[in-house]
Design a binder for this molecule. Structure first.
Ligand SMILES: C[S@@+](CC[C@H](N)C(=O)[O-])C[C@H]1O[C@@H](n2cnc3c(N)ncnc32)[C@H](O)[C@@H]1O
Ligand SMILES: [Zn+2]
Length: 428
């Protein structure tokens, strides 16, 4: 099991006043001199075990980057899969002129994006903590990134983005919710035609409905604490982002979003254009209806007050994103790129990509929203629990779409009606 992050949540927050000193590399710094050579590109240096048992200040290797992580600087080895997938996503994009890793800590994410992908031209590593910005600066040197292509800056992102504009890829990986930082990123990048945004949210308890009032405050959406809370969580975050982005005339195009352990990850493109932004904004105002008695669910306009199947009182979630949460062609590109990269999270990465592929590969590209947990259905309807593979085969043989979902084990994503599923679950 991965060790806990080294930096406690309460230790976060801006450390410097506005206009504070920035860490830039000194001209002539010898560490600038050597570009990554071909031998470097080939080596596989990820070593999860080493990372988990690290000592403070030890040099850690992940993907093509090596970083020194001084005591007190955040580094969570359990996020390697997330960083692997995010770096592949960066590699699947057209040229990135100006990337910002806005919560860089050691700089591991941004450095990996730059070192592993030939399409990233310049990189800014930013952190409000002077010690983190100093570590990021050292790590730029350690990785021998050529002159001018990377810099480390110490500033709260809110301050930095009020006078630095035009990044075309922004990484937002804070502690907890990314919501308060979105307006700063969107305003600073408002002139960009096609903006790539990579967001991590680790406040999954809030998004999944364990603290509904906090979710309403933070995301202006009511969550649902039920069997498909993780897809709901992702849709609530997407909805919030799409509504925020539309205020700057951006439409949102999710390329790859997923939920894993304690976090939700969004990798999206925002495209400039008012008419599309309206369409995207409308898609972000959908609702989920859920019957706690028979487990009926739907996603669409205003939720019905009572269940259309059993007449029990319906619960609901929203407003949230009603559109697709990933794009199959991006997932295919990422899967093909991943074959050339011997990442340490290999087996876990390929099985996640395979499930994502299966749940998106529906006729016409319209994967049905939400999923059914077979254990929940069995308990609600007093049925035997079928094996997931048997249920998938039965639904397919009836001509229906069905797949597993990366969101939850023992669950199926399908366009079948509840009655059609139940006919493959014999009564006890
Ligand atoms: C979760 S860590 C980032 C982890 C890093 N991206 C990685 O993959 O290892 C969050 C970082 O954000 C920094 N931070 C917190 N508030 C900030 C702010 N307002 N502006 C910039 N950095 C901030 C913290 O100092 C911390 O280093
Ligand atoms: Zn019902």
């Amino acid at each position: 099991m991965a060790s806990a992050p080294v930096r406690p949540k309460h230790a976060t927050g801006p450390r410097r006043p506005p206009g504070s000193a920035r860490i830039e590399r000194a001209p002539g710094d010898p560490r600038r001199a050597t570009p990554p050579g071909p031998a470097r590109q080939k080596r596989e240096i990820t070593d999860g075990k080493k990372a988990n048992s690290r000592r403070a200040g030890q040099i850690l290797s992940e993907g093509l980057a090596s970083v020194r992580v001084p005591d007190g600087i955040f580094f969570n080895p359990a996020m390697r899969l997330c960083r692997d997938l995010s770096s592949l996503w960066v590699g699947a994009q057209p040229t990135v002129k100006n990337a910002l890793d806005a919560f860089c800590a050691s700089g591991i994410r941004g450095l990996r994006y730059k070192l592993e992908n030939g399409n990233v031209q310049s990189l800014t590593l930013l952190d409000a903590d002077p010690a983190a910005a100093e570590a990021a600066k050292e790590n730029i040197g350690l990785n021998k990134i050529e002159g001018g292509a990377a810099r480390a800056v110490c500033s709260p992102v809110e301050v930095f983005l009020s006078s630095n504009f035009g990044f075309d890829l922004v990484e937002i990986d804070p502690f907890g919710t990314p919501a308060p930082f979105l307006p700063f990123a969107l305003r600073s990048c408002a002139s960009i035609k096609s903006l790539r945004l990579s967001l991590t949210a680790t406040d999954t308890a809030v998004l999944c409905g364990a603290h509904a009032p906090a979710c309403i405050n933070q995301y202006n959406a009511k969550p649902l604490d039920n069997e498909f809370c993780h897809e709901n969580a992702l849709r609530i975050l997407l909805g919030h982002l799409a509504r925020a982005a539309s205020q700057y005339d951006f439409s949102m195009h999710p390329q790859l979003c997923f939920s894993d352990r304690h976090y939700v990850k969004l990798l999206v493109e925002l495209r400039k254009g008012a008419p599309e932004a309206v369409r995207s904004s409308k898609l972000a105002m959908k609702f989920v209806a859920y019957c706690p008695r028979c487990r009926y669910h739907s996603l669409g306009g205003f939720p019905p007050a009572s269940c259309p199947l059993c007449d029990a009182k319906c619960d609901w979630a929203g407003p949230l994103w009603g559109g697709a949460w990933a794009d199959l062609s991006t997932v295919k590109k990422i899967a093909s790129l991943s074959k050339e990269r011997p990442y340490g999270s290999g087996p876990e990465l390929s099985s996640l990509l395979a499930v994502l592929h299966s749940e998106l590969d529906a006729p016409g590209g319209n994967a049905p929203p939400l999923y059914y947990d077979l254990h929940e259905l069995a308990s609600a309807h007093k049925r035997r629990i079928p094996r997931v593979d048997d249920m998938l085969a039965s639904l397919r043989s009836a001509g229906l779409f069905s797949s597993r979902t990366h969101f939850k084990d023992h669950s199926v994503r399908t366009d079948a009606l509840l009655d059609e599923i139940l006919q493959f679950m014999p009564k006890i």
